[in-house]
Design a protein around this ligand. Structure first.
Ligand SMILES: CCCCCC/C=C/CC(=O)SCCNC(=O)CCNC(=O)[C@H](O)C(C)(C)COP(=O)(O)OP(=O)(O)OC[C@H]1O[C@@H](n2cnc3c(N)ncnc32)[C@H](O)[C@@H]1OP(=O)(O)O
Length: 717
């Protein structure tokens, strides 16, 4: 709803009231219509200010209402009504003005913003476009290039940047509503005719065709297969080329297509899933809202390879004092330089001073005695990590939380090396750790709720989305990756090429196909893990394509034996112009190698189509997701989906693997897995798991109901 009062004698003050972000629900929209009527019919009122309750202007349309039929006054005529008011209307923007919130402000005649307020049109992240006139008014106000940037990226700008762009008329560091009221008094006698943005001509641009072609190419590259960014460009093009009324009609048509698309549903699901994972719980019943995190003022990072460096930067940027430790002197020197320049670059981007004084360096463990939390980021080797945990346990003061950045090793084993296993948790970061938004927080069987809460909170402080998961090999993300990779290797054995598999996966929406990704991260990483797992040698008298009783593809191992580690060596699944080169080219050597391999193993190459690549790779991955849910390693499908979108570049417009399974239809996923498992009985990951069967038997409920079929989350090793 909205509150109305008259202030300073002649200003009608409308306050949007819908905590926590004053979203434009039906009640709020009705409130605006009613209070505007009051203000406009009150003869004492000469001008109007619209603000939001509790220091937040408005977080946009109420996304929760998108799944039901529209009730209450629609937004477009409401904003039109504000714009055509005969009395000047001023938006007082504090906190946020996002989506429909900014569109409402664009309908006002003046905009006064706090310098730290965040303004933006983030609809593209919800699979939509700014469909309440935003795509037509913004280019008229700030020009086509700037509008294209804001609308297609959905990025927020501060009040200060908004002033530079011409998006707001004035910025203040004081009380924004007071300033807006003063401003409203000063313009009370000026008719707002010339302030109606919809009547502005769109600023001319010398080469509109090239501008829009470039924009279209960029959005298609950034989010393959996503409809919303393309529609955003088309809508802005309408603003630049058509009269306002026709542009609005085009905006309406495009929005109608997006609004009912599966992609919008997927992206809105992802929005709420990111928030749902914050409400974590543990098998003991401990929960996010009943557990107080410990304070972390000072932390230590052990091991300054790529991960340790990124983690140190993320901690410093979150305001935590850091001691970064590395025993190898050369590596330590290089890390110091790299960390300083990352901090400097980050500070420049954010327009602040680099917090170089927040970080100190050490070549030994002693400073561990004086920190609140340690993150171990040494080489992925259990024996080495155990040694570090033993030393830490002896050195640290009571209550220091001990975290490991392992990407899949057993947290319980590490905890058992310490005197206080309850203080041990996994904090699995993703590279580059100061950039990637995901953090898997892994609780072992003895991790205390406080240790989990502390890691979750620290992740949030670092700007990450933290997901609490149980302890198993590979946790959630890497455990699901295994069957996905395996299928890709098997498909090569059976007749396809890395290029074809990658093409199919990239068309699906992944930024990179599995082989290009593997070349980028280094083939030797997986090779070392397989070596540690005793998988590299076939048992006596068994085929090289069977290990530990199951089908196994030695292709990756054979490439590593040839020194083909991917981009870093200039050769992998593809060839590169030099070691460290980035442009992947098909490699005739690799094709010959695959042919030879097939001949050696009596395999006859067959034609593998697009559908089979997609189904075998993705359905095997989803099947593992269902197993993870069945085992209680993840609390719900949202946890898995957030991990995959934020950590493994699963396309957001497909929601995540579990959401996507629901979109495809659980029955179909089950049938196809059954089909492939019949064809390949030696591949256990293709055998449909019980939870999937159970969901199908129960009528394939929608994804938000799956939790009713799950056990409580737990550790499992
Ligand atoms: C043909 C139809 C024509 C329709 C035309 C109208 C279309 C308009 C398009 C839109 O306006 S779409 C919405 C655009 N707005 C956004 O995308 C903003 C989304 N919100 C955020 O980015 C953040 O929430 C925030 C506003 C920056 C605040 O962040 P903060 O970290 O402070 O809090 P959160 O934990 O994110 O949120 C708190 C709480 O509020 C819920 N929420 C936030 N925004 C909305 C919203 N727009 N609608 C409904 N609910 C919202 C959020 O879900 C949290 O609640 P939860 O219970 O924890 O999930």
């Amino acid at each position: 709803m909205a509150q109305y009062s008259r202030v300073s004698g002649t200003v009608g003050l409308i306050t949007l009231l819908n905590p926590p972000v004053n979203a434009l629900s039906a009640a709020v929209r009705q409130g605006i219509v009613d209070t505007m009527d009051k203000a406009l019919s009150d003869r004492k009122v000469k001008s109007v200010v619209i603000c939001g309750h509790n220091g937040k202007f408005c977080g946009g349309a109420d996304i929760r209402e998108f799944s039901s039929p529209l009730t209450g006054p629609p937004l477009i005529p409401l904003i039109q009504g504000v714009e055509s008011a005969a009395k000047p209307v001023v938006a007082a923007i504090e906190g946020v003005a996002l989506g429909g919130g900014l569109e409402l402000a664009l309908g006002c005649h003046y905009r006064i913003a706090h310098s730290k307020a965040r303004l933006g049109l983030p609809e593209v992240h919800l699979g939509l476009l700014p469909g309440a006139g935003g795509s037509q008014r913004l280019p008229r106000l700030i020009g086509v290039p700037a509008a294209l940037d804001l609308i297609t990226t959905g990025r927020h700008v501060t009040g200060a940047e908004a002033l530079q762009l011409g998006l707001v008329d004035k910025v203040t560091d004081r009380n924004t509503v007071d300033e807006a009221v003063k401003f409203a008094l000063s313009v009370a006698d000026q008719p707002p005719n010339s302030r109606r943005v919809s009547t502005f001509p769109c600023p001319r641009h010398p080469d509109l065709d090239a501008l829009f072609e470039g924009a279209m190419q960029r959005v298609r590259q950034r989010a393959r297969g996503a409809l919303a960014p393309v529609a955003c460009v088309q809508a802005v093009r309408a603003a630049a080329t058509l009269p306002y009324a026709q542009g609005m009609e085009r905006e309406r048509e495009l929005m109608a297509t997006l609004f009912t698309s599966g992609q919008a549903r997927a992206q809105q699901y992802h929005f709420f899933a990111q928030r749902a994972v914050g409400r974590w719980s543990m098998p003991s019943g401990a929960r996010w809202d009943t557990t107080k995190p410990g304070a972390v003022h000072k932390a230590m990072v052990i091991g300054l390879g790529t991960m340790g460096r990124g983690i140190s930067v993320a901690l410093v940027q979150a305001g935590v004092s850091v001691v970064a430790m590395e025993t190898n002197e050369k590596q330590l020197m290089e890390a110091k330089q790299a960390i300083s320049s990352m901090l400097e670059r980050g500070a420049k981007r954010r327009g602040v001073a680099p917090a170089l004084d927040k970080i100190g360096y050490s070549s030994n463990m002693e400073p561990a005695a004086d920190v609140d939390l340690v993150i171990e980021a040494v080489f992925e080797d259990m024996a080495l990590k155990k040694k570090v945990f033993q030393q830490l346990s002896a050195l640290c003061k009571p209550g220091t939380f001990l975290c490991s950045n392992t990407s899949g090793l057993d947290i319980d084993q590490l905890a058992s090396e310490t005197r206080h296993p309850e203080l041990v948790v996994g904090m699995h970061f993703f590279a580059p750790a100061h950039v990637m938004k995901l953090l898997e927080v892994v609780y072992g069987s003895r991790s205390s709720p406080q240790a989990v809460a502390t890691a979750m909170e620290l992740g949030k402080q670092m700007g990450k989305v933290s997901v609490a998961v149980g302890n198993c090999r590979g946790f959630v993300g890497n455990r699901m990756l295994k069957p996905y990779l395996e299928q890709a290797f098997f498909l090569l054995e059976e007749g396809t090429t890395p290029e074809f598999v990658d093409q199919v996966l990239e068309e699906f929406g992944f930024a990179m196909g599995v082989f290009r990704m593997s070349d980028l991260s280094g083939l030797d990483v997986g090779w070392r893990v397989r070596k540690a797992d005793g998988l590299l040698n076939a048992s006596e008298g068994h085929s090289a394509r069977i290990r530990q009783g199951c089908r196994y593809s030695p292709l990756g191992d054979l490439l590593c034996e040839q020194g083909r580690f991917g981009q870093k060596t200039g050769r992998g699944w593809y060839q590169y112009d030099k070691p460290g080169g980035r442009v992947a080219k098909p490699d005739p050597w690799l094709h010959g190698f695959l042919e030879k391999f097939r001949t050696q193993h009596g395999l006859v190459a067959r034609r593998i189509d697009h559908q089979e690549v997609l189904e075998r790779c993705l359905y095997a991955l989803m099947n593992e997701g269902f197993r993870i849910l069945e085992d209680g390693i993840a609390a719900g499908p949202e946890d898995i989906d957030v991990i995959y979108v934020l950590g493994y570049s699963w396309p957001p417009h497909r929601g995540g693997p579990m959401f996507y399974a629901g979109m495809v239809g659980l029955q179909k996923v089950l049938e196809r897995l059954e089909h492939y498992h019949q064809e390949h009985p030696d591949i256990p990951s293709l055998k449909p798991c019980n939870l999937l069967r159970n969901l199908v038997v129960n009528g394939s409920p929608p994804v938000h109901k799956w939790r009713e079929f799950l056990k409580k989350p737990q550790s499992q090793l």
